[in-house]
Design a binder for this molecule. Sequence first.
Ligand SMILES: [Zn+2]
Length: 179
Amino acid sequence: MRNFSFLPNKIREFTIKFYGNTLGLNSRLKHFVVNNDGRCTNCKLNEMGPVYPEETMDHFFWSCNTMANYRVKFLEKCFPELNAYLVVPLNQKGLWYYGCLPENENKNQFITVSLTVFKYVVWRAKLFKRKRGFNSIFMAWVDQMQSIIAAGHALIGEKNKLTYAICRNWDRIGYGRDT
Ligand SMILES: [Zn+2]
């Protein structure tokens, strides 16, 4: 994700930290912050105990039940065409982390931004320690995407190159009418 100058500062900062692996995950903060036991915020909020896993990068963004639940719903809604493809964990991970699509692992800026912003929205909810359902996360993602698209018109061109539901149905999804 280079030269994404149209992204709001907070999302750009998140992107840099995400790919540089320097986000303030609890597994890191516990060394510096009193009363931080290093455990996953979302697992605690959703009472996924009895033992709460460490909030590592891989846990928070991939294996955490809360994130997995959001991710599965998001992918089903936005990429139903890829259901069979995404059953393979490596494929799903490639799309989720790097925006890799089936055809020659081509990347598309609209898709890459969409996935980054979705992860950002979940991260932000964690920072505020808010327990949120998928629909609330999804609507927050729509809000962010709308303002990003308004500022980065090139994304519309990228969106129109592909026919996945997220691209095809954006006008409906983007205005919250696709529930
Ligand atoms: Zn967790």
